[in-house]
Structure formats: C-alpha cells, structure tokens
Ligand binder design. Structure first.
Ligand code: N2P
Length: 368
C-alpha cells in the first residue's frame, strides 16, 4: 500500500516537473513570435547590407528614433559580391537586399532564414502582383523592396540621337565615337544580359556558344570603356567624365533630377526588369530585429520615402498615393504594357552559373 502511494507521488511529481519544464521551454521557444513571455527583445544594432544609395537616410534616422535600434549600413556593388560575403561564413548582417535570381541561388544554398509573417503585418500593403514572386512563392524568405529596369543613361546634350539601342554600347560604328566615355555595370549577369540582348538571345541563355559570343562582344567593347562601375557611374555622367552608361533606372533618374542634360532610356531590343528583396541571412544576429525593420520598410509612408529618394518603383500599393507624381508618370520608371512585354527577368542559370563566372573573369582580365 505504502509502496503504491510512494510510486503514485513519484509519478505525480515527475508529471509536475515535466509540466514546469514544458511551460518554461514553450515560453522560450515562443520568443521570436512574441509568446506569453511578452514581446521579444530588439537588439541595440541592426546591420544592413545594401546596394549603394538605396535607402533614404532619413528612413534610417526615423527607425532609430522610433525603435532605439542603431542601423549600421554597408554597401555592395552587385549580387555576386553579396553572395560571396555570405558564403564566406557568418557575415554579421541582419538584412540583405539580393535581386530576384540571387534569391533563388541563396534559397538553394540554404543561406536564408524563413520569415515569421506574424512579425510582418504590413505585408498586406504590397501590391498582389508582387506578393507572390516566382523566385520565392508565398514570400517565405524575402519581401520585395524596390524594382526597376536596366538600360542606358546618357548625356542628351552631347548626343544627337536618343541611344535607344544596345548598339550604342556594342556596335563599333555607334560606340567607337564615344570611346573612353562609356561605363558598363560592374555586374556579371547585367553585363552579359546587355550583350546577349544585343545579339538577340535571352538574358538567361545557358547555350555555351551564345555565351561565348557575348563574352567576345564584351571583350571587343573594352576598347571604348571608361570603367566597369555600378556605384558611381551616374555621378561620372553628370561630371562629364562619361556620356553613356549601362545603368539602373533610378540611379540615373536620381542625377537627372539635378542635371537636366542626363536622361535614361530602355533599349528597344528589350532589357532586364528586376526586383530587389529584403531577406534575412540564416546567420543573422537578430532575426526579430530584422523583421521589425522589414515591417517598418513596408509602412506606406516609409516605402514612399524610399521610392521618392531612390527614383525606383515600389511594389507597395498603399504607398502609391504618397509617391511623387513625377516618378509615377515616368514611363521609364513605371513602363507601359508594351514596354513591359519587352523586359526579361534574370533567372538563376543553375549549372551554367560557373560558365558565366568564368567568361566574366575572362572579360575583366582581357586588355586593353
Ligand atoms: C542602387 C542600385 C540598384 C539595384 N544604387 C539594382 N538591382
């Protein structure tokens, strides 16, 4: 009898202990989701790894004032540089901004954390057209930030015609007169996309022969190139160092706002359309702080500030009415349907990726 009672007591005690442990662990597990234990804690710092001039500095100040989180921003020139940094190990970044095709690469490589949508109530502000991207269905890993096109920035005062064809960058007759005054984006996929489009191929070609032709074209073009640059090329245009620049829509419009000689055109053969995304590396120091920041960027007023500052189109539908009319009305920023049809998204080229890298290295290493 006594033995049975002791046994009963023991079992009860064990059950109680198990319950205590369960509750404690449950509470801790819920941490990031804001469970019973209250709101999870924000880190004191957030490390953002971004494209250059790609966020309104005022937005960072607002975030710091509102949340008490100090934002430290580093910039990269292209997606491959961003990928290399992450592949090298824990980068210390909380939020990164890869483009569409690079999101695919990063998901496949297991580099991204899954987002907790509970911490992203402002996702409802996104235009449904952007809320289910093919490179990340259901926005499991990333949230679209800004989108744009890749075309040609130019000095309209110095050119007789609008350079509305890739031929202005690749055809000897059209490009040679501007020798030494042309920049190309320091960007593997973008440089190949321009050459492939000029040749009449897909920007996602995986055909070795086509890629070789594109490589040779880029090598031939080097005779007229001032620099490969993806961070200051728009300033070089405005400073009269260059006249033609392979570039991203908003970057060029940003200087065009202050220098009326500068303009941007989407070549008639078609061009790249892209979307950059806010994602969290698996190695992020604070996923929760990153999500609070991403949710802040999804606020209509904040999204509009970033569009107005960068001159890039916003996927945030609720922000539209706060975006400057000049930006909304610009067909090279929000292209009409017939231009949209001419645009092609960059996609992860899978097994052909090393071929692109090898050919790109050859282009960069070639003379002059
Ligand atoms: C901003 C660069 C635009 C990003 N300076 C192109 N994906």
């Amino acid at each position: 009898m006594e033995k049975r009672l002791t046994g009963y007591l023991c079992v009860s005690l064990l059950a109680l202990l198990a319950l205590v442990v369960l509750v404690a662990c449950g509470g801790a597990d819920d941490g990031d989701a804001g469970g019973d234990s209250g709101e999870p804690e924000l880190a004191s710092e957030l490390h953002l790894y971004n494209w250059s001039e790609y966020i309104d500095p005022e937005v960072l100040t607002m975030f710091e004032d509102e949340f008490g989180v100090h934002v430290i921003e580093d910039t990269f020139a292209n997606n491959e540089e961003l990928l290399a940094k992450l592949q090298a190990g824990a980068s210390g970044y909380d939020v990164i901004v890869p483009s569409d095709y690079m999101v695919t690469t990063m998901i496949t490589s297991g580099l991204l954390a899954e987002l907790n949508h509970d911490n992203l109530p402002n996702l409802v502000n996104l235009d449904p057209l952007f809320a289910d991207p093919p490179y990340d269905p259901g926005m499991v890993y990333c949230v679209p930030y800004l989108w744009g096109t890749t075309g040609i920035g130019y000095n309209a005062d110095a050119l007789d015609q609008v350079p509305d064809s890739w031929a202005y960058l690749f055809d000897p007759e059209l490009a040679a007169p501007y020798a030494g005054q042309i920049t190309m984006l320091n960007d593997e996929r973008e440089a190949f996309a321009a050459a492939l489009k000029y040749l009449g191929y897909s920007v996602n070609s995986t055909v070795e022969e086509e890629l070789m032709q594109a490589r040779d074209l880029l090598i031939q073009q080097k005779a007229w190139i001032y620099a490969y640059d993806a961070e200051q090329y728009e300033d070089l245009l405005s400073a009269d160092e260059t006249l033609l620049a392979h570039g991203w829509s908003g970057d060029v419009f940003m200087v065009a706002e202050e220098d009326e000689r500068i303009w941007y055109v989407i070549p008639q053969e078609g061009a790249v359309i892209w979307a950059d995304n806010l994602c969290i590396p698996r190695s992020a120091p604070s996923q929760y702080t990153a999500e609070v920041f991403i949710n802040f960027l999804l606020r209509p007023d904040v999204a509009a500030m970033n569009s107005n500052f960068t001159w890039y189109a916003s996927p945030n539908a609720e922000a539209t009415e706060l975006i400057d009319a000049e930006i909304l009305a610009e067909p090279a920023i929000y292209p009409p349907p017939e231009v949209m049809e001419q645009l092609e998204w960059l996609e992860d080229v899978g097994e052909a990726a090393p071929l692109y890298s090898r050919f790109w290295t050859e282009v960069r290493a070639a003379g002059p």
